[in-house]
Ligand binder design. Structure first.
Ligand code: ZN
Length: 354
């Protein structure tokens, strides 16, 4: 059965504005959003009109990208032969400065996705959206959703209020580890700080490209603060991070760790080993030329064929036609990226197909 499967690890249902989420909130927040005049707040983190936000042939005039289930079924699930797909709703819940407001939005998004997507399409799974600005409330939300096996991962923006290795976030990791849920870090930010270490960029172009540096920083933070010492089996999935930065980054991380590891004596293994075991990356956007063999060479350099996960990133415009994966991948590597790696990364998907 698994030979014919393809598992899409990153699709984006378009979550409407706050008004659509009010039915899933308690009375206080239903009244509060309206009284404050922010019930029309648009939570889309990708600029709606930007070309990258929606492939032109998938865009429907007047409709929010990714908001139609029939269109997603036709353009992604059926078109790419997807057996299972993980919905990653990108919402503003994690941007709210108020911890309780953030928690209310995130919880409503999880209820909304159950009713409007998971209950209507058996091929869909979802990430648990949690308020990263309130780790204890985020852990509560994980507890609340863990019983529904259609939730297969915990979703955080790649940039939060602090580096992700800090113990402030550990309640989230403890709850995720308790249920063997990976943490998905999706490109994007809570925008408390500039997305580059040099300051605020002038253009979205720069903001988007800068994500790969951010992922590098978060990986080192997780490793050097001992997150994987405490939870050796916890996996992090870097979503929309690109992949070609990884070999150079691993080389720099190993070299520097060898030189200064007295500073972090609890990091006993080479960062490369931890990265190969605990880190996974989705393949869209693939930031490499489409030359045959490039991805195989990257796999050789990182010395693991278990790290890359198939993802269309629907409806974002990352590729044309049905070219979700670069040409020239061997059948064995295709099998790993499309099926085996996602099943090994997400235990709950494995339960579904066995
Ligand atoms: Zn994505």
């Amino acid at each position: 059965m698994t030979n014919t499967m393809t598992i899409d690890c990153d699709i984006h249902p378009g979550v409407p504005n706050i008004k659509a989420l009010l039915p899933y909130m308690d009375e206080f927040w239903r009244e509060s959003f309206v009284a404050r005049g922010i019930d029309g707040f648009d939570m889309m983190s990708y600029p709606l009109g930007a070309p990258i936000t929606c492939r032109p042939d998938w865009r429907v005039k007047g409709e929010r990208p990714g908001s139609s289930l029939p269109n997603m079924q036709r353009d992604a699930l059926d078109a790419f032969g997807i057996s299972l797909a993980i919905c990653n709703p990108l919402t503003g819940g994690q941007v709210a400065v108020s911890e309780t407001m953030g928690a209310a939005i995130c919880s409503a998004v999880n209820d909304w996705i159950i009713e409007h997507w998971l209950n209507k399409e058996p091929r869909l799974r979802a990430s648990i959206v949690v308020p990263a600005q309130a780790p204890l409330l985020a852990a509560d939300e994980i507890e609340r959703r863990a019983g529904d096996k259609r939730f297969v991962q915990v979703l955080l923006p790649a940039a939060c209020e602090m580096m992700l290795g800090r113990s402030y976030y550990w309640p989230i990791y403890a709850a995720a580890a308790k249920y063997d849920l990976p943490i998905g870090l999706h490109a994007g930010s809570m925008y408390r700080y500039a997305p580059t270490s040099g300051g605020w960029p002038s253009h979205y172009l720069h903001d988007y490209v800068a994500n790969s540096q951010l992922f590098e920083d978060q990986l080192l933070s997780l490793i050097s603060n001992g997150v994987f010492n405490r939870w050796p089996d916890l996996r992090f999935v870097l979503i929309e991070s690109g992949v070609t930065w990884l070999p150079g980054f691993i080389w720099r991380a190993i070299k520097t760790w060898r030189g200064v590891r007295a500073e972090v004596p609890w990091v006993k293994r080479s960062p490369a080993e931890t990265i190969r075991e605990n880190i996974r990356l989705t393949v869209q956007p693939i930031d490499a030329p489409r030359d045959t063999g490039v991805v195989e060479r990257i796999i050789e350099q990182i010395d693991s064929d278990r790290m890359l996960l198939f993802a269309s990133d629907y409806p974002h415009w990352q590729f044309e036609g049905d070219a979700v994966l670069p040409d020239g991948l061997s059948p064995a590597l295709l099998q790993r990226i499309r099926v085996d790696n996602p099943l090994e990364t997400y235990p709950r998907l494995k339960e579904t197909v066995q």
